[in-house]
Design a protein around this ligand. Structure first.
Ligand code: NAD
Length: 353
């Protein structure tokens, strides 16, 4: 089996669902269920014996040791993190605790377990760390996209905490030989994303008739990747990536925030027309985020050339799928916002063995 951390969050849940759809290999899913973890997302897996869910903190070394010893995973795919830049600005401490100290604790537990393995299992073991393009800092408008050798220059507490975790992963490979893999990916979008991030936030607020707040002049540029494509890239890196290597993953889809919001409005105007006019009328510019990075862009040539990965969705097709999903799953959106999903976990039978 594989051990996934953060598998009740946006990308982790998509990864676990996709993994179990295209592989017979079981998943041990450990997640602390912070505000960003949604147990309800995993409901379709409730009767699948290949999915074992444990509510656990990656900072709990004793708990991790017990899980490694009991389940003996052949790989770790590490998503668990505090992930929202705005929250890292108002409260960086949680980001340091989970993204830095938590990752260090997970690495220690994985290393101890790895040392206990027989030679053949040890050489096959992988620790895949899921990270972000934000570790590279901000690009000028015409600068080349981030490659795997771009120097780190994180600007937000979130980016700095992820950069620190990337360095720890690198060091555990270099120093101890732990067979690590690191992926640095651009902005993801798709189903099951907590509606504090740009795309689900705009869809949710549009549907509620609220303003669509756009930071600053709306010209900050991000590279966007459909979450299912990120999941397929992680599967490719896990299967064939070289130990100690890092891989940049992106969609070659650079868009300004304003462009993204306009596109969402256009799709909503089609799929859920407002009687009083376009959703664009709800757009409002708000004070910019502190230290807001201007542009991120990813050069994904390595993962394409070496591992044959490329995204299946264009930005147009992925965004259409995404907007339709949120429109069709307003109950999921509302449950997230009300915190109802937390009750679902407490009220359910614990999914543990
Ligand atoms: P998310 O915030 O939606 O989910 C994070 C999950 O981690 C939640 O389920 C949460 O409960 C869990 N978690 C938090 N602290 C924990 C702890 N101490 N122990 C165990 N579980 C804990 O995040 P996401 O958007 O799914 O991102 C997943 C990973 O991918 C993160 O490492 C993030 O840095 C990285 N990433 C995200 C993006 C993006 O666009 N969302 C892009 C590139 C990389």
């Amino acid at each position: 089996m594989i051990l996934v951390t953060g598998g009740a969050g946006f990308i982790g849940a998509n990864f676990v669902i996709d993994w179990l759809a295209c592989s017979r290999e079981p998943v041990l899913n450990i997640d602390k269920l912070t505000y960003a973890g949604n147990y309800g997302t995993l409901r379709p897996l409730r009767d699948d014996p290949r999915h074992v869910f444990i509510c656990e903190d990656i900072g709990n070394r004793a708990g991790l040791d017990g899980l490694f010893a009991q389940h003996r995973p052949r790989a770790v795919v590490h998503f668990a993190a505090e992930s929202h830049v705005d929250r890292s600005i108002t409260g960086p401490r949680d980001f340091i605790d989970t993204n830095v100290v938590g990752t260090a604790t997970l690495l220690d537990a994985a290393l101890a377990y790895w040392h206990s393995l027989a030679d053949s299992e040890r050489s096959a073991f992988r620790f895949l760390h899921v990270s972000t393009d934000e570790v590279y800092g901000s690009l000028e408008p015409d600068a080349p996209a981030f490659s795997e050798t771009t120097p780190y220059a994180p600007n937000s507490p979130y980016a700095a905490s992820k950069a620190a975790s990337d360095h720890l992963v690198r060091a555990y490979h270099h120093t101890y030989g732990l067979p690590t893999l690191t992926t640095n990916c651009s902005n993801n979008y798709g189903p099951y994303q907590f509606p504090e991030k740009l795309i689900p936030l705009m869809i949710q607020r549009a549907l509620e008739g609220e303003t669509l707040p756009v930071y600053g002049d709306g010209k900050n540029v991000r590279d966007w990747l459909y979450v299912g494509d990120h999941c397929s890239a992680i599967r490719a890196v896990l299967a064939n990536g070289g130990p100690g290597r890092t891989y940049n993953i992106g969609g070659c889809n650079e868009h300004t925030n304003m462009d993204v919001v306009n596109r969402i409005c256009t799709i909503l105007d089609e799929v859920r027309p407002r009687p009083t006019g376009s959703y664009r009328e709800q757009i409002a510019f708000v004070t910019d985020r502190k230290g807001h990075d201007r542009r991120y862009a990813i050069d994904a040539t390595t993962v394409n050339r070496e591992l044959g990965w490329s995204p299946a969705e264009t930005f147009e097709s992925g965004l259409l799928r995404t907007v339709r999903w949120y429109v069709d799953n307003e109950a999921w959106l509302k449950a997230n916002l009300s915190g109802e999903y937390r009750l679902e976990y407490n009220a359910s039978e614990p999914m543990s063995v």
